[in-house]
Design a protein around this ligand. Structure first.
Ligand code: ADP
Length: 187
């Protein structure tokens, strides 16, 4: 099973992604995690991505598509995977569709986690205090929200038109939200 998971920064996507991959026993493909790992490893990709990540901008499509294509070619991804934080642009969605079509393993379902904007900002600022992630400063958060609105939210229509979009209400306890996700993927 191939699932794309879409949600704005602060929507709780990371928490729910962890539960979902366990529930479905599929690989977690998080481009945010992969890029952070590349930076830690000091690879060329990591260095190229760093300046974009630190200002809350999207890393160029060709870099991100490159790492995703490499990852989905590995054996453990053949039985399924959860795309988390990818695609983030229409361009990336088209590239992913083309790659998956070649392999005859299309995206089965796209889950969107919805949370209202004020709640999102509140959660993000709280997380910034607790976790101290380098890109969780108020300026970067605002920028990531804007990038989501401008570049990622058009994907919702892209997948809606293809009959793949399922929207999940992201407010409530993590358990409550996961229950909704489980119900959606189990049907
Ligand atoms: P968030 O928690 O804000 O959703 P992620 O952990 O998914 O963020 O990603 C962190 C940063 O990594 C992004 O702000 C962006 O710079 C980069 N990034 C991750 N995935 C992508 C992608 N699919 N396309 C471009 N940039 C990406």
């Amino acid at each position: 099973m191939r699932i794309v998971f879409i949600g704005p920064p602060g929507s709780g996507k990371g928490t729910q992604a962890k539960r979902l991959i366990e529930h479905l026993s599929i690989v977690h493909l998080s481009t945010g995690d992969m890029l952070r790992q590349a930076r830690t490893d000091g690879t060329e990709l990591g260095q190229q991505a760093a300046e974009y990540m630190d200002s809350g901008k999207l890393v160029p499509d060709e870099l991100v598509v490159g790492i995703v294509v490499e990852r989905i070619s590995q054996p453990d991804c053949q039985s399924g995977c959860l795309f988390d934080g990818f695609p983030r642009t229409i361009n990336q969605a088209e590239a992913l569709d083309a790659e998956l079509e070649k392999r005859e393993t299309p995206v089965d379902m796209v889950l969107e986690l919805t949370v209202d904007p004020e709640e999102l900002t509140r959660r993000m600022l709280k997380r910034a205090e607790i976790e101290g992630r380098a890109d969780d400063t108020p300026d970067t958060i605002a920028n990531r929200m804007k990038v989501y609105q401008e570049q990622t939210s058009p994907l919702l229509n892209y997948y809606r038109q293809r009959g793949k979009l399922v929207s999940i209400e992201g407010t409530g306890t993590p358990d409550e939200v996961f229950e909704r996700i489980r119900a959606a993927v189990d049907t």
